[in-house]
Design a protein around this ligand. Structure first.
Ligand code: NAD
Length: 360
């Protein structure tokens, strides 16, 4: 069994679905169900005997200790986090609480559990030697790149610029320290911007698809020339499975899609796909809905990942180009309007109105 935290969110849910399909090993999902957690993402496995959900906080030491003692997972994969940069600008406290304090409490409980495991697997299915703590992090910890600078390697200095990236950087440092100080067998992955099914529509790609279909403005921050490296979530899930299987303990692996694009290019690609797959009634392009809004404060200009280490050492490569991944993604949102409708009501609406309309 593995314990996944934050598995009701975007990447965690994709990971659990992928894991059960590909590995078949039971999964325990611990999730606080913040606004970003959605059990509907896992409706397809809700009755699967290999899947179990627990509603709770990674920072609840008593709860996590009980789960570890009872279920004896061979690995913990930590996706749980506050993950949205804009929200971190409006309210950093929740980011410090979960990403920093929550991760530190989780590490302490996991250390205690790991220390109590037998030295070798022996008759017990879980031994100290095979246990892994895999921490999921972001390329945003490395800061912003100038146009001609080479992509981030694992040795790039940490220069986080937003409350979100600073809180993730802090969590990465804690994970590193728990390895160096206590010997906890950790692995860390730092990945670029993910996209794909089940992404909460506050993030660029699902927001643009949703707003386009709803006849609303497609907000472009500033000049729209910020560069991101886009990674299809299915490729990311495969990378995580590979790192868990063969990654060297204590190492960091950057995961990226080799798809550096400006935000403007991403929005234009989505508009072109929607023009083809669901043309507007008036025959005009969805790009007519594009609206420039004031830039995000401190907006990083460019992120790019050098994924050479995971490619060389673990033989992982992204399977999707942006063209194939974005087509699958747009089609998924078109085919899952019920899911979109369910997550775009109530609190979501208020957030989008506050964040985008007040800037327009
Ligand atoms: P998400 O916001 O969609 O999901 C986060 C999940 O964590 C939600 O289900 C939420 O309920 C849960 N959660 C939040 N606080 C919790 C707590 N205290 N205890 C237990 N559960 C809690 O995020 P995501 O996009 O799926 O990202 C997952 C991880 O990947 C995060 O650590 C994020 O920093 C990292 N990451 C994401 C991206 C991306 O493009 N989405 C890129 C790089 C790294």
């Amino acid at each position: 069994m593995i314990l996944v935290t934050g598995g009701a969110g975007f990447i965690g849910a994709n990971f659990i679905l992928d894991w059960l399909a590909e590995e078949g090993e039971p999964v325990l999902n611990l999730d606080k169900l913040t606004y970003a957690g959605n059990r509907e993402n896992l409706a397809g496995v809700a009755d699967d005997p290999r899947y179990r959900f627990v509603h709770g906080d990674i920072g609840d030491a008593e709860l996590v200790a009980g789960l570890l003692a009872r279920h004896r997972p061979r690995a913990v994969i930590n996706f749980a986090a506050e993950s949205h940069v804009d929200r971190s600008i409006h309210g950093p406290a929740a980011f410090i609480e979960t990403n920093v304090a929550g991760t530190s409490r989780l590490l302490e409980v996991v250390r205690d559990y790991w220390g109590g495991l037998p030295l070798t697997p022996g008759p017990s299915p879980v031994g100290r030697g095979e246990f892994r703590f895999l921490h999921i992090s972001t390329d945003e910890v490395y800061g912003s790149l100038a146009p001609a600078e080479p992509p981030f390697t694992e040795n790039h200095p940490y220069q986080p610029n937003s409350p979100y990236s600073a809180s993730k950087a802090a969590s990465d440092h804690l994970v590193r320290a728990w390895h160096h100080t206590y010997g906890l067998p950790v692995l860390t992955t730092n990945c670029s911007n993910n996209y794909g099914p089940y992404q909460f529509p506050e993030k660029l790609i699902p927001l643009v698809i949703h707003n386009a279909l709803a006849g609303q403005p497609l907000p472009i921050y500033g000049d729209g020339l910020q560069v991101r490296d886009w990674l299809y979530v299915g490729d990311h899930c495969r990378a995580i499975r590979r790192v868990l299987q063969a990654g060297r303990v204590g190492e960091v692996y950057n995961v990226g899609g080799h798809n550096e694009l400006t935000n403007l290019q991403v929005v234009e690609a989505i508009c072109a796909l929607l023009d083809e797959l669901r043309p507007r009634a008036d025959g005009r392009s969805y790009s007519a809905q594009m609206t420039h809004v004031p830039d995000r404060p401190g907006h990083d200009r460019r992120y790019a990942i050098d994924a050479g280490k995971i490619e060389r050492e673990l033989g992982w490569k992204p399977a999707e180009s942006f063209a194939t991944g974005i087509r699958k993604t747009v089609q998924w949102y078109l085919d899952h309007q019920g899911w979109v409708d369910n997550v775009t009501s109530g609190a979501y609406r208020e957030w989008v109105d506050r964040n985008y309309q007040e800037r327009a």
